[in-house]
Design a protein around this ligand. Structure first.
Ligand SMILES: [Zn+2]
Ligand SMILES: [Zn+2]
Length: 185
C-alpha cells in the first residue's frame, strides 16, 4: 500500500491551479498522494468530426494501457468535450473496479452555458466530478441520494445539487473498499 500514488494526467493544456487543487482533494478523499504527470497531447484518434467531440472510452483505454507499477489509480483531466455513443455528452467516465477514470472540464464552466465565469463554482464542480468518477473505480455505483456525490449527473443542475460528500452508506462502502485494498496490496 505504501508508496502508491494516484496519477493525474492532464490531456491537453490544463491550468496548473486546477491540477494542484485536484491533487489535494483526491488525497484527502482517498488517502493516496497524487502525482501530476506531464500533459498528454490532444488524442486526435478519439475525435469524432460529426459530433465535434472526443470518444471518452477510447481515451480511457489509452489511460489504462500506460499504468505505472506504483499507481493505485489514474485520472485523466481534459478540457475536451467528451461523449459515449448513447449520450449527447458525458462529464466523465470510469469503469467499475478498474484502474482509470477521466473527467471533462468543458461543460463545468459557466461560460459553456453563456454565463459569466465563476471560478469557485467551476472548481467545486471539478472536485465533485473527479471524486465521483474515481469512486466508481473503487466499485461504487450510483446513489439515489441527490445530495450524495455518487448521485448520477446528467445535467449540470444534477452536479450543482449534489455535494462533494458521500452519504452515510456510500461513505461506509468506500471505506471498506479502501481498507480491503490496503490489506491485499
Ligand atoms: Zn457515475
Ligand atoms: Zn450515496
Amino acid at each position: 500500500m505504501k508508496n502508491k500514488h494516484v496519477d493525474i494526467i492532464p490531456i491537453g493544456d490544463i491550468d496548473d491551479r486546477v491540477l494542484q487543487r485536484l491533487a489535494i482533494t483526491v488525497d484527502r478523499c482517498f488517502g493516496y498522494p497524487c502525482r501530476i504527470n506531464e500533459a498528454w497531447e490532444i488524442p486526435s484518434y478519439a475525435y469524432n468530426p460529426d459530433r465535434k467531440q472526443y470518444y471518452s472510452t477510447l481515451i480511457l483505454k489509452e489511460l489504462c494501457g500506460g499504468v505505472k507499477n506504483d499507481s493505485i489509480r489514474t485520472i485523466g483531466v481534459t478540457s475536451l468535450d467528451l461523449y459515449i455513443p448513447i449520450f449527447t455528452f458525458v462529464f466523465g467516465e470510469a469503469q467499475l473496479e478498474s484502474h482509470c477514470a477521466i473527467i471533462s472540464l468543458s461543460r463545468l464552466r459557466q461560460e459553456f452555458y453563456g454565463l459569466r465565469s465563476d471560478d469557485t463554482l467551476f472548481m467545486s464542480r471539478v472536485e465533485k466530478e473527479a471524486i465521483h468518477e474515481l469512486t466508481h473505480t473503487f466499485g461504487l455505483t450510483h446513489c439515489y441520494d441527490v445530495n450524495c456525490v455518487m448521485h448520477a449527473s446528467y445535467t449540470i443542475g444534477d452536479t450543482d445539487i449534489k455535494s462533494d460528500q458521500f452519504c452515510k452508506l456510500c461513505n461506509h462502502t468506500l471505506l471498506s473498499k479502501l481498507e480491503a485494498m490496503m490489506k491485499v496490496i
